[in-house]
Design a protein around this ligand. Structure first.
Ligand code: G
Ligand code: G
Ligand code: MN
Ligand code: NA
Length: 256
């Protein structure tokens, strides 16, 4: 069986699962959100990471129904966890193909309505390259933003960084790519340059009224640097790994 043919039936066979990675307020250390990360529990091959099947799903268009399942599931889960954690946000990755149809804002609103999750607690992650593609146009993003959800620009700094897009599109959050965070620690390769870049991106974001999430934080010294730079949110293995809902729920119960 090829990966493609298996992917066709994975939704109906309920083989997708979401892992959730906590996001923290850098200054207070509080958990403020989660990023939903898709995995495929393949009957023969085991747990398949998104990098192995999302390109296939995008090529076939299956990413549209799969992405809708992710949205529905993540909103339901966030609404449940919000009972004990009022205001907990959920970040969901979108694919450019989900913008090809005109009904994305209605689908997002539907997921919010069905779950009862307040719009302000949903964050949609887009990438710079998505903003460059025809179809992911300003009006669609404006419509999403008008629903009250937050829009985050993921992997910032790795695509064709078109700074005009920060002016043009209603972005709320910049997510600095992990490649810039690796060199941050003292003695790290590219330490001085990565520190300068991260400092500059945070300053740029703040000057534009955007908040900053940093991902890939693996060392305490990186977190310390981000705290000094007044970065708002951090995500990374140092703080918490992506986990399935059951484990993440138990972890939330034991975390102040
Ligand atoms: O969890 P992991 O680091 O393996 O994820 C790798 C990448 O897969 C993420 O950076 C993200 O861009 C992508 N990804 C994860 N979940 C989803 C999803 O639900 N939809 C889309 N379109 N991409 C996802
Ligand atoms: O959507 P995006 O490309 O930002 O997905 C983030 C990915 O980064 C997830 O697949 C997650 O598993 C991974 N990730 C999260 N924290 C860390 C980290 O501290 N180190 C590394 N290497 N990867 C991380
Ligand atoms: Mn992401
Ligand atoms: Na990213």
């Amino acid at each position: 069986m090829t990966l493609e043919s298996g992917l066709n039936r994975a939704l109906e066979r309920q083989e997708f699962i979401l892992h959730y990675q906590p996001q923290f307020d850098v200054q207070s250390g509080a958990v403020v959100g989660l990023e939903a990360l898709l995995r495929w529990q393949h009957p023969e091959l085991g747990l398949i990471p998104p990098s192995d099947f999302i390109p296939l799903a995008e090529a076939s268009g299956l990413i549209v129904p799969i992405g809708q399942w992710v949205l529905e599931q993540a909103c339901l889960q966030a609404a449940m966890w919000s009972v004990q954690r009022p205001g907990l946000r959920m970040a969901v990755n979108l694919s450019a193909r989900q913008f090809e149809r005109d009904d994305l804002p209605q689908l997002v609103q539907g997921a919010l309505n069905r779950s009862g999750l307040p719009a302000a607690q949903l964050e949609l992650e887009l990438t710079e390259s998505m903003l460059m593609q025809a179809g992911v146009a300003g009006p669609a993003l404006r419509h999403l933003s008008d629903l009250g959800v937050r829009l985050a620009l993921d992997d910032f700094g790795t695509g064709f960084s078109n700074l005009a897009s920060l002016k043009q599109f209603p972005i709320d959050v910049l997510k600095i790519d992990q490649s810039f965070i690796r060199g941050l620690s003292p003695g790290g390769a590219g330490e001085a340059k990565d520190q300068a870049l991260v400092r500059a991106i945070i300053a740029l974001a703040h000057a534009l009224g955007l908040r900053v999430t940093v991902e890939g934080v693996e060392q305490a010294s990186q977190l310390q640097f981000l705290r000094e730079q007044r970065c708002e949110y951090a995500q990374g293995f140092l703080l918490a790994r992506p986990q399935p809902a059951a484990q993440l729920g138990a972890w939330l119960d034991g975390t102040p």
